[in-house]
Design a protein around this ligand. Structure first.
Ligand SMILES: Nc1ncnc2c1ncn2[C@@H]1O[C@H](COP(=O)(O)OP(=O)(O)O)[C@@H](O)[C@H]1O
Ligand SMILES: Cc1cn([C@H]2C[C@H](O)[C@@H](COP(=O)(O)O)O2)c(=O)[nH]c1=O
Length: 217
């Protein structure tokens, strides 16, 4: 039975890596899939992992109709067994509904990957619809950590190391640029406690995990 699976996690939790692995394993077994991404940090038409791997992807945008993409290909004799959909938080509600229809009416497996909430802890519309419609929601097993050592559960947007709470919902960026480009936007994953307090690593003066702050228990 085909399914719509949503793999959710904070930034930097290994979603794109898992997307590449799933695609690799399905391809090795002779299945044929399509990879979609939207606004990947590495540029347009690519799905990239921080582990260094990247593959070509179809760039989704506002005009993309996933249902039509598959119908057109199948009409031309192409096989489409599954879709890998990265950065799915940026998909529209209608696009997520197209993905669900592909599962139900065409038997296409859909693996979607994305962050659930934005820098203000609000659900992205695409992620909200995925949570509502998915057959299976999986939290990533790799824990990303807050500077204090707790599991990171929230995404903070930073400017000059300080957490900001105003701005557009969508601003492409990375957690790895340290410090982020002058005046530019960066991201940092935090536990809820430090997200609420707006306490980033820079504000706390924590360059790395300290044994004194790390709750090892
Ligand atoms: N140099 C490295 N060595 C080992 N693992 C790394 C390295 N750099 C990044 N990673 C792993 O890659 C993960 C981020 O993977 P990625 O797929 O890019 O995340 P996401 O798509 O969720 O933002 C990190 O949590 C870490 O586990
Ligand atoms: C929190 C938050 C993130 N983004 C952007 C930043 C990145 O480009 C992607 C997440 O990519 P990742 O592969 O999961 O690291 O989302 C955003 O636009 N708005 C936000 O609030």
């Amino acid at each position: 039975m085909a399914e719509l699976a949503f793999f959710a996690g904070t930034m930097d939790s290994g979603k794109s890596t898992l997307a590449l692995q799933i695609d690799h394993n399905y391809r090795r077994r002779g299945l044929t899939g399509l990879i979609f991404s939207r606004n990947d940090r590495a540029g347009s038409g690519v799905l990239s992992s921080r582990l260094g791997l990247a593959v070509a992807a179809v760039e989704a945008d506002d005009a993309t109709n996933f249902w039509q993409e598959v119908v057109t290909r199948r009409t031309h004799g192409e096989r489409v067994d599954y879709l890998v959909c990265d950065e799915a938080q940026f998909y529209s509600v209608a696009q997520v509904e197209q993905l669900a229809r592909l599962v139900d009416d065409m038997g296409v497996d859909v693996f979607a990957f994305g962050i659930t909430t934005d820098f203000r802890t609000r659900l992205f519309p695409g992620s909200a619809r995925l949570l509502e419609l998915a057959d299976r929601v999986e939290q990533l097993q790799v824990q990303s950590l807050c500077w204090c050592g707790r599991r990171a559960t929230h995404n903070a947007r930073t400017v000059d190391g300080r957490m900001v709470t105003e701005g557009e919902q969508v601003v492409v960026g990375d957690t790895e640029a340290e410090p982020e480009p002058a005046g530019g936007v960066g991201y940092e994953v935090l536990c809820r406690r430090h997200h609420v307090r707006r306490e980033t690593a820079a504000v706390a003066g924590a360059a790395e995990l300290s044994p004194e702050t790390l709750p090892l228990g």
